[in-house]
Design a protein around this ligand. Structure first.
Ligand code: HEM
Length: 520
C-alpha cells in the first residue's frame, strides 16, 4: 500500500471518528443545550448540568443522601413520599420554584408544578403534546403501540374507539355486578382467616388479595366467557411487567438501568406467548362477534376496531392485542394499590370507618351494592378522593413536546419532556390550605371544585386529553371494595405495618399493608 493510500484511509478514519463524536455531542449535549437556552431565556432556571450525563450524577447523590428514616405511625399521613422517593425534585423545587429545567444528558426536562401551568396542560388538546417516547420505548414489549404509548393520530383513533366502553353508564350497566361477584372470594378468605387465626381477629396483608380482585375484574370485563384464558394471559402479563419494571424509567440515558441479555430474552419470549394467546382468543371470537348477545370489553373493542374502516385487517388485530395488554396494565395494578392505600388510611381513622359503615347500611339496606346504590355512596367517595389526594398511585403526569408548543406564557421547545409531580400538587398548602397534610375527607363534601383553591391541581387521574380512561371504572371498583369490606369488618393497622412507599412504576406500599381485622 503506498503512502497516499494510507493517508487517504487515515483521513477517512479521522473523518468518521469526528463525525461520530460530533453526532454524539450533538445528541448528548448540544441538543439539550439548545433546549436549555430557550427555557433559560424565558427565565426558567435549574441546576447546571455536567457534560454527558447532565444532572444525573447530582440526582443520584441527592437520592443517596436522602434520609431513609421511616416515619412512625403518628407521622404517616403527614409524610409526603416525594421527599424520600424523589428528593432531587423536592430540593430543586426549593431552590428554583415550581417550574424549573434539568437534564438527564440526552434529554432536557421541564418540571411543572405550578397550578396555572397545569391548568394550561389540562386545556391543551394539541396532539403535539404526547407521551415521552424515551420512556414508553422501554415499555414497548408490554404495551405494543396501544393507547398508553401511542401519540398523534394513532392515539386519537384508539381513544375514540375505546373511550365509550368506559363511560359511566357502561361501567354501571356492565361491570358493577361482576365487581361485586369478584369481591366474594376475598371476603370469604378474610372471614376464614379470622376463623383460623383465633376466631376473633386476623392479621392480614391486603395487597395481593386486592390485586387478585382487580385482575379478576379486568379479566372478566375484558374476556367474559373466555375468562380462564384471560387469567392465563394476565398472569403472563404480570411476569412481563415484573421483568420490565427492573429497568430505571426516570433516567433517559443509554446504559442507565438496562437489563442483562437473559432478562431481555425472557421478555421477548413472554411477549410472543402473550401475543399468540390473545390472537387465539380473538380468532375464536371474530366469528361470533356479530351475532353474540354477550358483550364483554374485548368484544366491544373488537367490534369497534372491525367497524373502523380506516384500520386494515392486520392493524385491527394489532389494535386489539395491544390494547388488551394496555387495559390490563393500566387498570389492575393502580386500582389495587389505591385500594391498599384507602385501607391503610381507614385503619388509621376508625371514625371514618364508622361513617362509611353507617352510610353503606343506610344506602344499601343490608343488600349488596348495585348500580344505583353505588352512585349514592357519598362518604365513600369522599374517603377515596382524599386517599387519592394523599397517596396518588401514579406519581407523575409526563409529556413530551413533539413540536414546539405554547403553554400559557411558556414556549416549550420541541423535544422537552414535562413532568408534573402529582403528590406535590396534592399537598401544596397554597392550594389545599394549612391542613394539606392531614386526612380530612370532609374537604370533598361539596366536590373537588370546593375542596381547594385550584381544582385543576387535583389530578390523581392525570390531565387534559390523556386523562385516565378508566377513572369511572376505578372509582366504582374502589367504592365496591370499601363498601363490602367495611360492612363486614372493622380494622386497625397491624404492628407489622412499616410505612415505606416505594416507586415501582406506580407508588405502592413497599412492604404491603398489614391490618388487624375483626368481624363486625
Ligand atoms: C385508581 C386507579 C387508577 C389511577 C390512579 C389511574 C391513573 C391514571 C393516570 C395518572 C393516567 C395518565 C394520565 C395522563 O397522562 O394525564 C392514566 C391513564 C390511563 N388509564 Fe388509568 N388509572 C386508574 C385506573 C384505570 C383503570 C381501571 C383503567 C382501565 C381499565 C385505566 C385505563 C387507563 C388508560 C387506557 C389510560 C391512558 C389514556 C390515554 O393515554 O389516552 N386506568 N391513568
Amino acid at each position: 500500500m503506498d503512502k497516499s493510500h494510507i493517508l487517504s484511509i487515515s483521513v477517512a478514519v479521522v473523518g468518521a471518528v469526528c463525525f461520530l463524536v460530533h453526532h454524539l455531542l450533538n445528541s448528548m449535549w448540544f441538543r439539550s443545550e439548545r433546549l436549555r437556552r430557550k427555557l433559560w431565556m424565558q427565565g426558567i432556571k435549574g441546576p447546571s448540568p455536567s457534560l454527558i450525563y447532565g444532572n444525573l450524577p447530582e440526582m443520584q447523590k441527592i437520592q443517596l443522601n436522602a434520609l431513609t428514616s421511616t416515619p412512625n405511625n403518628a407521622d404517616i399521613v403527614a409524610h409526603d413520599y416525594t421527599s424520600s422517593l424523589f428528593p432531587y425534585f423536592v430540593q430543586w423545587r426549593k431552590e428554583y420554584g415550581p417550574i424549573y429545567t434539568y437534564s438527564t444528558g440526552t434529554r432536557q426536562h421541564l418540571y411543572v408544578n405550578q397550578a396555572e401551568l397545569v391548568k394550561e396542560m389540562n386545556q391543551c388538546i394539541s396532539l403535539d403534546l404526547g407521551k415521552p417516547s424515551y420512556i414508553t420505548k422501554r415499555l414497548a414489549p408490554m404495551l405494543g403501540n396501544g393507547i398508553l404509548r401511542s401519540n398523534g393520530p394513532l392515539w386519537a383513533q384508539q381513544r375514540k374507539i375505546i373511550a365509550p366502553e368506559f363511560f359511566m353508564d357502561k361501567v354501571k350497566q356492565v361491570m358493577v355486578e361482576l365487581m361485586v361477584e369478584s369481591m366474594q372470594p376475598l371476603v370469604r378468605k378474610w372471614e376464614d382467616s379470622i376463623e383460623a387465626q383465633s376466631g376473633v381477629m386476623a392479621d392480614i396483608r391486603v395487597d395481593e388479595d386486592l390485586r387478585g380482585f382487580t385482575a379478576d375484574v379486568i379479566a372478566r370485563a375484558c374476556f367474559g366467557s373466555s375468562y380462564s384464558k384471560g387469567r392465563e394471559i394476565f398472569s403472563k402479563l404480570r411476569k412481563l411487567q415484573t421483568a420490565i419494571s427492573k429497568q430505571s424509567f426516570l433516567f433517559g440515558v443509554p446504559g442507565y438501568g438496562l437489563l442483562p441479555m437473559k432478562k431481555q430474552n425472557e421478555i421477548l419470549s413472554l411477549e410472543r406467548e402473550i401475543e399468540s394467546l390473545i390472537w387465539e382468543t380473538v380468532k375464536e371470537r371474530e366469528s361470533k362477534c356479530k351475532e353474540a348477545s354477550e358483550k364483554d370489553l374485548l368484544h366491544l373493542i373488537l367490534e369497534g376496531a372491525l367497524n373502523d374502516q380506516s384500520l386494515g385487517e392486520d392493524s385491527s388485530k394489532r389494535f386489539i392485542v395491544d390494547n388488551c395488554k394496555n387495559i390490563y396494565f393500566a387498570g389492575h395494578e393502580s386500582t389495587a394499590v389505591a385500594a391498599s392505600w384507602c385501607l391503610m388510611l381507614l385503619a388509621l381513622h376508625p371514625q371514618w370507618q364508622s361513617r362509611v359503615r353507617a352510610e353503606v347500611a343506610q344506602v344499601c339496606g343490608g343488600s349488596l351494592p348495585d348500580a344505583d346504590s353505588v352512585s349514592r355512596l357519598k362518604t365513600v367517595t369522599m374517603v377515596i378522593q382524599e386517599a387519592l389526594r394523599l397517596y396518588p398511585p401514579a406519581a407523575f403526569v409526563s409529556r413530551e413536546a413533539l413540536e414546539e408548543i405554547q403553554l400559557g406564557n411558556v414556549t416549550i421547545p420541541k423535544g422537552t419532556c414535562l413532568w408534573t409531580l402529582i403528590p406535590t400538587l396534592h399537598r401544596d398548602a397554597e392550594i389545599w390550605g394549612s391542613d394539606a397534610n392531614e386526612f380530612k375527607p370532609e374537604r370533598f363534601s361539596d366536590g373537588v371544585s370546593k375542596a381547594c383553591k385550584y381544582p385543576q391541581a387535583y389530578i390523581p387521574f392525570g390531565v387534559g386529553s390523556r386523562l385516565c380512561l378508566g377513572r369511572n371504572m376505578a372509582m366504582v371498583q374502589l367504592k365496591i371494595v370499601l363498601a363490602l369490606i367495611i360492612s363486614k369488618f372493622t380494622f386497625s393497622l397491624s404492628p407489622k405495618y412499616r410505612h415505606s412507599p416505594a416507586y415501582r412504576m406506580i407508588v405502592e406500599p413497599g412492604n404491603g399493608v398489614h391490618i388487624l381485622i375483626r368481624n363486625i
